[in-house]
Design a protein around this ligand. Sequence first.
Ligand code: ATP
Length: 198
Amino acid sequence: MGERLGLLGGTFDPPHVGHLFLAYTALEQLGLHRVLFIPARRQPLKAAVETAAPAHRLAMVRLLVGGDPRLGVDPVELERDGLSFSVDTVRTLRTAYPDAELTFLMGEDTAATLGQWREPAALAAMARLVVLTRGGERPVATPLPAGVQVERVAARRVDVSATEVRARVRAGLPLRGFVPDDVAGYITAHGLYRATNE
Ligand code: ATP
């Protein structure tokens, strides 16, 4: 059997410890061999939201992943122009990793938007869809699109979001514990998030 590969898409603006917990939980709970972080060029449902430049987000995801061989980064969406539709990404990855068993990972907040995704049934046909959910978190309220099934796996979710990290930078608060020190150093060195509106 081929490699059991988890795919974790996101804006990663910036990547934080919550993303790491999600990846490690998926590795353990689902018996995956590796999780690939896939930074989006432009997330279709957040298309109007300005982000840090793709090169910065890619560099920070590489720092988050560090040298851990169980984690990887695939810039496939950054190399493609336009909106980053997951179905296009998974089609490309199917070819790039022909023997792999693909598991598309997401948090409950992301799962709630599945009804608005492009070709969700095609995506579900190519990859197992797994929602990492926290005990007590309410499952998706909106009905799933036709032909789409998701599995739910109980996972830890640390109460950290990229929105909060950006707000801390703007407020001049330390990032220690929210992002790895390397990522915090990168944010400072490049002056990121000092003037975003969100
Ligand atoms: P923002 O605050 O800018 O909306 P975010 O912190 O939610 O960003 P994303 O890059 O949008 O980060 O998230 C990528 C994936 O990681 C999504 O599937 C999301 O559900 C999941 N995720 C985000 N934060 C956490 C967390 N603290 N614990 C577990 N999963 C998370």
